[in-house]
Every structure is written in C-alpha cells, then in structure tokens.
Design a protein. Structure first.
Length: 208
C-alpha cells in the first residue's frame, strides 16, 4: 500500500504543534508556544518540518485543528494549510481539535458573555448559563475535557479535566477515519470552529 505524506497543524491552542507523517509513522515534529502572534511564530517551525520531506516528494494531505480555541491561531493555521495544499496540489481537511484528545466523550469551555458550552465529541456545542451548565455536566457520562483552566468553569474539578490538542492526536483521529470520510472532509473548506454565531452590528449609516 502506498505510504502517503500527511502534514498536521494544530495552532488553535497556546502550545502549538506540527507533525509530518508518512502513513502512520511520524517523521518530524515541532512545538512552539504562541498565543497572540501565530502569524509570526508559525513559519520557522513549519519550514523545519517541511525540510524533512524528501526532495521530489509532495504532501498528500494537510490536516488542520480548527478549535474551539484561539480564533486567530486557527485562522492562521487554516490560511497556511490551504496555501500549502495549493502548492502541493493536495487535499486539506479540518478537524475539531477535541477529536485529538483520547478518552473524553464531552468538551466544555467558557463561551464568554456569561455562558458556557458543552458538546459531545463529534457533535455540536450548546450554550448554557452557569446553573444549567453545572446541571448538564452532572448528567454527562464519560470523560469531559476543556482546553482552559478548570477553575474558569466554576465547576467541580473532578468532573472536568484540562486537556490540550496535539498534531499527533489529530493524526490518529484522521487515520481512524474511513477513506469515504476522508474524501468527504476534504470537500469541506476548513473554518475556525465557532462556539456561537458571529456578533454582527448593523451600521446605522445609510450607504452613500
């Protein structure tokens, strides 16, 4: 079976990671810390990773972590991944970053504006105010993970574990997909994961 080259980029979390794999074998990895300047910090480790690709070889797939997490980090990773996919004439796919975390069934986090989100892995997030959020947490079966400090959620620490997403974890999630699922994902343009619809303010000025 042909061993395909996959580049995985997880830039939606503060401890960003990149990985280059051939089939299921990791060839090169890089880690860098970045919270507000991913558009600067990404490219040196990305160049190092790509230098491990043998001369004459091209990527077969780019896999991206889309969050929820740093919106700027996710957007930078998506833009860079789409550009690389064009250069290498290959597919690009986005995965929810929580899919990279083993042994959790639910994801939780602070949705800001006084609300919190809860979602099953592979599902869609729901927003709740604090009291209802805690009630829903109590009814969840299986592990619950968050990318934030647990104390931000004001919930019992034993119910939720602080976790992080990694390129290696995303690679495993990608490899576990069927070929049909992979093809379907590559037909969907990757987008940063929205917890809630964007807040849009309509201008009161009349167009000139």
């Amino acid at each position: 079976m042909e061993m395909k080259w996959t580049l995985v980029m997880e830039t939606s979390v503060a401890q960003a990671t990149l990985a280059l794999a051939r089939g299921d074998k990791m060839v090169a990895q890089a880690t860098f810390h970045s919270e507000r300047s991913q558009e600067v910090d990404l490219f040196a480790p990305l160049a190092d990773i790509l230098s491990a690709l043998p001369q004459g070889e091209t990527l077969d797939t780019v896999v991206l972590g889309t969050g929820p997490g740093s919106y700027n980090g996710a957007r930078v990773g998506i833009a860079a991944g789409q550009a690389l996919a064009q250069v290498h004439c290959c597919g690009v796919a986005g995965l929810c970053s929580f899919e990279s975390v083993p042994k959790i069934s639910w994801a939780a986090g602070d949705a800001r504006r006084g609300s919190f989100f809860l979602m099953p892995i592979g599902g869609k997030p729901e927003l709740f105010e604090q009291a209802e959020f805690l009630e829903k947490l109590g009814k969840c079966s299986g592990g619950i993970g968050t990318f934030e400090a647990v104390e931000k959620l004001n919930c019992p620490a034993q119910r939720v574990s602080q976790v992080t997403s990694t390129a290696e974890g995303l690679l495993q999630a990608w490899l576990q997909r069927s070929e049909l699922e992979k093809e379907a994902l590559q037909k969907i343009p990757p987008e940063a994961f929205y917890i809630r619809p964007p807040h849009i303010t309509i201008s009161k000025k009349k167009p000139i």
